[in-house]
Design a protein around this ligand. Structure first.
Ligand code: PEP
Ligand code: MN
Length: 301
């Protein structure tokens, strides 16, 4: 038994050789890969903050939130144009129109954008408009979609299936890598465990962060918004995820302007730009603390 549970570490390296930390031909173990999207560097010196609305609901809403997250210090924009909804009668996203709005928001703010692709038939058009493709939790084991995403020539954000083991998650990432694309970022977004739904939407599995980092050189980020489903929990969950060593956060933000419409999608987990700024400041302060600690340790040597 190893840190990943059930699957032995060597077995992991045999099954997922393209992404394993342990399959370095020189035997030293591979360094964390830096996945660059515009100016954002996942796996670099500083955790990356992706923020934006759950869904692109209108041009005004998206531009307003994009400006607000940029001002709060986010590195990247998020927003769904194709939405996976539990009911087929609920808002499904603006589709191509939404992609165009996201592109406009990128051009105005200078933030690169990640957006979800749900279907192989959408890969080409999403890749034309987005800087990074998101594979959602519900599609983590949609192998044809993973293969197409791997061929699209764009970095991929791979969310963990809500009931997926680490082993299954890395297997899904390996499908993307098999197409020659190693520009992959893993995203923990909460799992369905016993209390899910009782006081939070899912159960945020912080323990998977060090476990995934031990098995693969890919950067690992956390989505505290879907993991908790409760806006008041998003900031503390973000801090905790940073303490657990994640390489970034994916956060849903809604406008707090007077008169702004409440989001149609996932309103209960949206935070305002002010809370996002607090999270960005926490990351900055923690970076300073770590730098001081390193300098102190170097002096002691
Ligand atoms: C999202 O991030 O927009 C989303 C739908 O998340 P998940 O796939 O994790 O449910
Ligand atoms: Mn959402």
């Amino acid at each position: 038994m190893n840190i990943a549970g059930r699957v032995d570490g060597n077995e992991m390296a045999r099954l997922f050789p393209l992404l394993s930390r342990k399959t370095d031909p020189f035997g030293g173990g591979r360094e964390t890969r830096v996945v660059q999207v515009g100016q954002a560097r996942f796996g670099g010196q500083r955790p990356v903050v992706i923020a934006g609305p759950c869904a692109v609901e209108s041009r005004e809403q998206t531009l307003e939130v994009a400006r607000a997250v940029k001002a709060a210090g986010a590195d990247m924009l998020r927003g769904g144009a194709f939405k996976p909804r539990t009911s087929p009668h609920d808002f499904q996203g603006l589709g191509l129109e939404g992609l165009k709005i996201l592109r406009e928001a990128c051009e105005e703010t200078g933030l690169p954008v990640v957006t979800e692709v749900m279907d192989t038939r959408q890969v080409e058009v999403v890749a034309q408009h987005a800087d990074m493709l998101q594979i959602g939790s519900r599609n983590m084991q949609n192998y044809p979609l993973l293969t197409e995403a791997g061929r699209a020539g764009k970095p991929v954000l791979l969310k963990r299936g809500m009931a997926a083991s680490l082993y299954e998650w890395l297997g899904a990432a390996e499908y993307i890598a098999k197409e020659g694309n190693l520009e992959i970022v893993l995203c923990e977004r909460g799992i369905k465990a016993y209390p899910a739904g009782e006081y939070s939407r899912y159960v945020l599995d912080l323990n998977v962060i060090p476990a995934a980092k031990a098995e693969t050189f890919l950067p690992v980020i956390v989505d505290p918004s879907h993991a908790t489903g409760v806006s008041a929990m998003v900031e503390p969950a973000s801090r905790a995820a940073i303490e657990f060593g994640c390489h970034g956060l994916l956060i849903e933000v809604a406008s707090d302007l007077a008169g702004a419409a409440a989001p149609v999608c996932d309103a209960a987990q949206a935070i305002g730009p002010g809370t996002l700024r607090d999270i960005v400041e926490f990351i900055g302060a923690r970076q300073e603390y770590l730098a001081k600690k390193r300098a102190h340790a170097a002096q002691q040597r």
